[in-house]
Design a protein around this ligand. Structure first.
Ligand code: SF4
Length: 158
């Protein structure tokens, strides 16, 4: 039997202040109308592959730039959050079928503006590995490169 969770919400403690570097970076990307690329991130190898692939996608597509999912989700008054909320399109690369970050993003951005990618079927590896450190760095880089190439091709061809 598959386990599951019904829709739920979290109460998050409020926060004061802004990250100066994040504000400047996000404002620059808002002005340049860049498409934010978010990823779930390690220490899980699947999240790490998603993170590395997202970095590469943003480097290879000049119309895109990496956005910070945590600042987007947890600092709602930040320019990072505004950039993601107001972008015409948002690319979300999750590490596996659980789609953790994309499920949160759907509460902030209309579903039709999200390109939501599950990276796992793009490499089909590591079903029995958790920690990213259990996979050699060269291999992580190579797998992420192959995942990113497929995502770039998908984004370029709509
Ligand atoms: S989507 Fe998968 S890899 Fe990403 S945080 Fe959730 S469980 Fe981890």
């Amino acid at each position: 039997m598959n386990a599951g969770s019904a829709e739920f919400s979290l109460v998050v403690e409020g926060v004061t202040g802004r990250c100066a570097a994040g504000e400047a970076y996000a404002k620059q990307n808002i002005a340049a109308r860049k498409i934010p690329v978010l990823a779930c991130e390690g220490p899980c190898i699947r999240g790490e592959i998603a993170r590395l692939a997202a970095n590469r996608v943003a480097r290879e597509l000049p119309s895109h730039a990496r956005a910070c999912h945590a600042e987007t989700f947890f600092v709602p008054h930040s320019a990072m959050a505004r950039w993601v909320r107001e972008a015409e399109r948002v690319v979300m690369i999750d590490g596996c079928f659980l789609k953790c970050h994309g499920r949160v993003l759907q509460g902030l951005v209309a579903k039709e503006r999200i390109v939501h990618i599950d990276a796992l079927p793009l490499h089909r590896k590591y079903s029995d590995v958790f920690l990213m450190d259990d996979v050699a760095e060269d291999e992580r880089t190579e797998v992420a490169r192959r995942v990113a190439d497929q995502i770039v091709a998908t984004l370029q061809h709509g």
